[in-house]
Design a protein around this ligand. Structure first.
Ligand code: 4NP
Length: 154
C-alpha cells in the first residue's frame, strides 16, 4: 500500500520543495511507491517554480525541481495525505487552524524527525544567501532519511 506525505512551508518555493525533492530522492530506491508533494500556507507564489537558489542547490545534489509549481494547502489535503509535515512552528499552527475535524492526516514538524532537534524551525532561507539554501538542503536531507525509515516501519 502506498503512503503519502505533504510538506508545507509558507511560500512553497524554498523549503518545502526542497523537502519534497529530498524525500523523493531518498525513497527512489527503497520505497518507490511513496507519494510526495508540497504546498504553502500562503498564496503569493501560486503557480511559480521554486526559487532559483532552491533549484540550484537541488541541482547540485542531483535533483531537478524546475518542473515543480507552488500551490496553496487546501482542506482536502487533510483527507488525501497520510502525513503532513510542517517546516516551522508557524506553518504547524496555521495547519492546525485549517485542519478539519475529520482529518485523516497526521501532522508533525519536520525537525521532530531529527534526533535532538524536536520542536525547532527550519529557518526560512528566502531573505538569506546561497549558503542558507545549502543549510536548508542539509537539514531536509537529514530529516528525509529518518522519515523514510519511519514510513518503512509504519
Ligand atoms: P518558503 O520561503 O516558505 O520556504 O517557500 C518563503 C518564500 C516566500 C516568502 C516567504 C517565505 N514570501 O514572503 O514571499
Amino acid at each position: 500500500m502506498s503512503q503519502s506525505v505533504l510538506f508545507v512551508c509558507l511560500g512553497n518555493i524554498c523549503r518545502s520543495p526542497l523537502a519534497e525533492a529530498a524525500l523523493r530522492q531518498e525513497c527512489l530506491r527503497l520505497e518507490p511507491n511513496i507519494i510526495v508533494d508540497s504546498a504553502g500556507t500562503g498564496d503569493w507564489h501560486v503557480g511559480q517554480p521554486p526559487d532559483e537558489r532552491a533549484q540550484a542547490v537541488a541541482a547540485q545534489n542531483g535533483v531537478d525541481i524546475g518542473h515543480l509549481r507552488a500551490r496553496q494547502v487546501k482542506v482536502s489535503d487533510f483527507r488525501d495525505f497520510d502525513y503532513i509535515i510542517a517546516l516551522d512552528n508557524q506553518n504547524l499552527r496555521d495547519l492546525e487552524a485549517l485542519r478539519p475535524a475529520r482529518a485523516v492526516s497526521q501532522l508533525s514538524l519536520l525537525f521532530d524527525h531529527v534526533a535532538g532537534r524536536a520542536g525547532e524551525d527550519v529557518a526560512d532561507p528566502y531573505y538569506g544567501s546561497e549558503r542558507d539554501f545549502e543549510q536548508t538542503w542539509a537539514e531536509v536531507t537529514e530529516a528525509a532519511r529518518n522519515i523514510r525509515q519511519w514510513l518503512a516501519a509504519g
